[in-house]
Design a protein around this ligand. Structure first.
Ligand SMILES: Cc1cc2nc3c(=O)[nH]c(=O)nc-3n(C[C@H](O)[C@H](O)[C@H](O)COP(=O)(O)OP(=O)(O)OC[C@H]3O[C@@H](n4cnc5c(N)ncnc54)[C@H](O)[C@@H]3O)c2cc1C
Length: 471
């Protein structure tokens, strides 16, 4: 049996390679970039190591956290205590909640209402769900919609309500503090992960871009690879299995033989991703009175969240604002300087101590060519299985089929495991299946019972909020 070739060295491909090697298979991992890690990695830009974007790990990321345990890297994460929210003009006062208590209570009732729904194959947008709830206040709706675009780059009409339901149920079933890395993910996760892969005998080759796949008689027969250093291409015959762990857009670009073999066929062309930008601002000084955890700039037009990695990560002496920009697509087409000016001006309406003269260096990565995948309403049915109709082709990536709400790093890691399981089933049927931990759900019937019981409370609180606002 030939070597298994994994193409794409993001978390999905790395997980697939690690798991397959653990099954005793010879594995090589090919990555187009100079580094592994994909969106969870970093690049050297202007001589500095810049991450793709700051990441968080909720307690329900069961497969991701188990992978970190297996790699001996759980200590790379620390628990966060609070999500800080900052309104314009309120610095340095950070809030834990934005809307009044009554609105939050009604939102809690809305969560119960959402959990009581059985979407099955149906779905609706988060926008339609929120705006059809008689008890939700405009303030609560606006707040949750802004939170979503800040974390997923998707406005509420483009967010799956079934997916939101899935992630809320997961949070409820796997309670625990959200974790964040102790430092740059590349240094704390990707680099040690790569070392473990190589120590275990995985052949890792960077600078190798897959540009063509040739298919014949139900099998992938050869791969055409481009050496990104010199542009030379080479076509290699394939005797073993291949796992494609590249983003869905790249998979589509490989042509009909590949997309037609997916289950469902060509479904991948229906998936959409949106850029989630990163802006790293290095200051000349330490900006006092900032917490060392994530901060959301409430209502910010470009949906900015930020972390002062100068405090949160090791190795910095001054403030470094590591910002994620949910509505970076509004800046498409602008020259970089103009986009940065808009974002820094927006930041300084919140961080009123921040001035242009404080800024030593800025790294702006809008990620227009590496968009972020968040499932849209009704689109889960197009997410492909890892097993294809080609005997030796398997798929991984955060966009692959998963329970509603599972995407991001957990989606990527889970898909790496399902792709490894698909290869195992085809090549080593005698071995036990690859372990994939399920994510818990909440019974809709239970949620319905609670919702009915709390209906009078919700109605009373809603009546009070109406009266309060009329006065
Ligand atoms: C700003 C930002 C913040 C984020 N924050 C979070 C967070 O807090 N929590 C969370 O869970 N998720 C977060 N994510 C999403 C998370 O990073 C991704 O879902 C996950 O890393 C995707 O992993 P992947 O392996 O599926 O894909 P990718 O990371 O995209 O990896 C694919 C790899 O394939 C390579 N490749 C592409 N084409 C080819 C080719 N033709 N040949 C060879 N190689 C190729 C790419 O270079 C890349 O390395 C964030 C993303 C962004 C952009």
């Amino acid at each position: 049996m030939g070597t298994v070739t994994v193409v794409g060295g993001g978390l999905a491909g790395m997980t697939a390679a690690w798991t397959l090697r653990g099954l005793g298979l010879p594995v090589r991992l090919l990555e187009a970039g100079q580094e592994l890690g994909g969106m969870a990695g970093s690049k050297v830009i202007d001589g500095r190591v810049e991450d793709h974007g700051v990441h968080i790990f909720p307690a329900w990321y069961r497969n991701t956290l188990r992978l970190l345990d297996d790699l001996g890297l759980r200590g790379s994460l620390r628990a966060t205590q609070q999500f800080h929210q900052l309104l314009p003009g309120e610095f340095p006062v950070f809030r834990t909640a934005v809307t009044p208590a009554a609105d939050r209570l009604l939102f809690g009732y809305g969560v119960l209402d959402l959990l009581s729904r059985e979407y099955g194959a149906r779905d609706e947008s988060l926008h339609d769900f929120l705006h059809s709830r008689w008890y939700l206040t405009d303030a609560a709706i606006a707040d949750i919609e802004h939170l979503f675009v800040a974390s997923s780059a998707a406005e509420s009409p483009a967010v799956s309500a079934a997916g939101f339901r899935g992630s809320i149920a997961a949070f409820a079933r796997h309670p625990g503090r959200v974790m964040m890395p102790r430092g740059d993910l590349h240094q704390w996760l990707i680099e040690p992960f790569r070392r473990r892969l190589e120590e275990d005998g995985v052949e890792v080759r960077t600078g190798r871009e897959l540009v063509g796949v040739s298919v014949d008689a139900g099998r992938v027969r050869s791969l055409t690879l481009r050496n990104t250093a010199d542009g030379a291409t080479v076509t290699e015959d394939l005797t073993g299995h291949v796992v494609l762990a590249v983003p869905h857009g790249q998979l589509s670009a490989l042509g009909g033989d590949v997309t037609g073999s997916l289950q469902p066929p060509h479904g991948i062309d229906e998936l959409t991703s949106r850029p989630l930008g990163a802006l790293h601002i290095y200051l000349r000084r330490h900006l006092p009175r900032l917490p060392d955890e994530h901060i959301r700039l409430v209502g910010s037009p470009h949906a900015i969240t930020l972390l002062d990695i100068g405090q949160a990560f090791e190795g910095h002496h001054r403030t470094v604002l590591n910002c994620v920009v949910g509505r970076v697509s509004l800046l498409a087409g602008l020259p970089q300087d103009a986009a940065v000016k808009i974002l820094v001006d927006e930041l300084s309406t919140y961080l009123t101590d921040l001035t242009w003269s404080d800024i030593e260096h800025v790294c702006y990565q809008p990620h227009f060519t590496a968009p972020f995948f968040a499932p849209g309403p009704g689109l889960d049915r197009y997410r492909p299985l890892s097993t294809t109709t080609l005997e030796n082709l398997h798929i991984a990536g955060d966009f692959c089929a998963a329970p509603p709400g599972v995407a991001g790093m957990e989606g990527a890691v889970r898909s790496g495991l399902t792709a490894a399981e698909s290869v195992r089933a085809a090549t080593r049927p005698g071995l036990p299946p690859v372990r994939i931990d399920p994510i818990g759900d909440i019974s809709p019937a239970l949620a319905r019972t609670l919702r009915r019981a709390l209906l009078p409370v919700a109605a009373a609180v809603r009546a009070l909020t109406r009266r309060r606002r009329r006065r």
